[in-house]
Design a protein. Structure first.
Length: 386
């Protein structure tokens, strides 16, 4: 890609990248610490923790399709801002309550807000990039979001330790509201009350569009495999003797590796093709997860985290590129929301399956099972026609 084209892509991503960074920082200030907050600080049970986090994940999953349709119809900025407002108010509620029922409601609102923001900013960047450069424009914006995740996770622990949970949640709220400013400044936001595709149903997409069907099924296997082994990434690190601080370094290394390579994969996706990159993402995911499972000391686990980050960053630019091609002038927000809803909801039982498996196999066995399930998805991605 020429310097002029990259500069043009960077300009297109523009304020959406800043909004993505602030939103990511807002969520990751508290999200990585929330489990410990519920169990250790509030002395809630593991069952209550499970219910609260399931509500968060479920609300995120079910919000993406209606939010995508609304962004097609009324514009990306409005739905992005609405999501950010929900995120901001929900963490204010978290700051001033210790009641598990109210916390559950707050998490439900937060998940809905984050889902609304993510699908809308994704649709905006894919639309700004167009089919030819969707990968790189979205990759730039996603890098901003990932950088926000890293900043939030680094700062969150220090803020909580120095000032307490209330200030942590209020700081998260400020970040969400600040993200509204670059959202308002976005240019070229398209909306149409007659947007073709904004009324598309998941059923019609799955039945009538072979590429969407193949992509969805392939990514269901990928997401299920990942969700099965993800809870045991920290367990494996703990088994090697790493402290919470050490595990945090591993997770940060993984995310930083993603940040540093996402734009590159976006450029390669636009040049090579979304199908090819996404297929190799699933294949190399198998290799990276198994490599991590067989890591035997801190140095090797850091190397494996870097490898996982490089491989992880292949995913989103490629799948968004394919969706831009599938949309072909139809409501891209509704189509992105449909795919995210399908993969998110169906893969929700992944951690529960992993918990059951843990009673019968060791951690290494869980990594093998999740990795092999992921590989099944390759068979369906190969059916996608360019």
């Amino acid at each position: 890609m020429s310097t002029e084209r990259f500069t043009s892509a960077l300009s297109a991503a523009g304020f959406s990248t800043l909004a993505y960074l602030l939103a990511g920082c807002s969520t990751w200030l508290w999200y990585p610490l929330f489990g410990k907050y519920l169990i250790k600080d509030l002395m809630l049970s593991g069952e209550v923790l499970g219910v609260i986090m399931t509500l968060y994940n479920l609300s995120y999953a079910v919000s993406v399709l209606p939010a995508g349709r609304l962004s097609d119809r009324f514009g990306r900025r409005k739905v992005m801002a609405f999501g950010l407002i929900l995120m901001g108010f929900s963490v204010i509620i978290m700051a001033y309550t210790r009641d598990p029922i109210i916390l559950s409601v707050a998490c439900f609102i937060s998940g809905m807000g984050y889902g609304s923001f993510i699908v809308s900013v994704t649709a905006y960047t894919v639309e700004k990039g167009g089919v030819k450069r969707a990968g790189v424009v979205y990759g730039i914006a996603l890098s901003g979001g990932l950088l926000g995740d890293v900043i939030g996770s680094f700062v969150g622990g220090s803020v909580k330790e120095l000032f307490g949970s209330t200030i942590l949640f209020l700081l998260s709220s400020i970040m969400s509201f600040l993200a509204i400013i670059p959202t308002i400044l976005l240019k070229g936001d398209q909306s149409s009350t007659d947007s073709p595709g904004s009324s598309l149903s998941i059923k019609s997409l799955l039945v009538e569009d072979e590429n969407f069907r193949s992509l969805s099924i392939g990514l269901i296997f990928h997401a299920m495999g990942f969700n099965i082994l993800f809870p045991f990434i920290s367990v494996h690190a703990s088994d090697l003797g790493l402290s919470d601080y050490g595990i945090g370094i591993v997770n940060s290394t993984w995310t930083l590796s993603m940040v540093s390579t996402t734009v590159l994969w976006g450029i390669l996706t636009d040049k090579i093709g979304g199908k090819e990159i996404l297929t190799w993402h699933l294949i190399t995911s198998f290799a990276s997860w198994i490599f991590y499972a067989y890591s035997w000391n801190f140095a090797i686990i850091i190397v494996s985290a870097i490898f996982m980050g490089i491989v992880s960053s292949m995913d989103m630019p490629a799948r968004r590129k394919i969706l831009a091609e599938i949309a072909n002038g139809r409501g891209v927000g509704a189509i992105i929301g449909s795919l995210d809803l399908i993969t998110s909801v169906i893969s929700i039982p992944g951690p529960m399956i992993a918990g059951i498996l843990y009673n019968y196999v060791e951690v290494l066995g869980i990594f093998w099972i999740g990795s092999l399930i992921n590989l099944i998805g390759v068979l369906f991605l190969l059916k996608i026609r360019s």
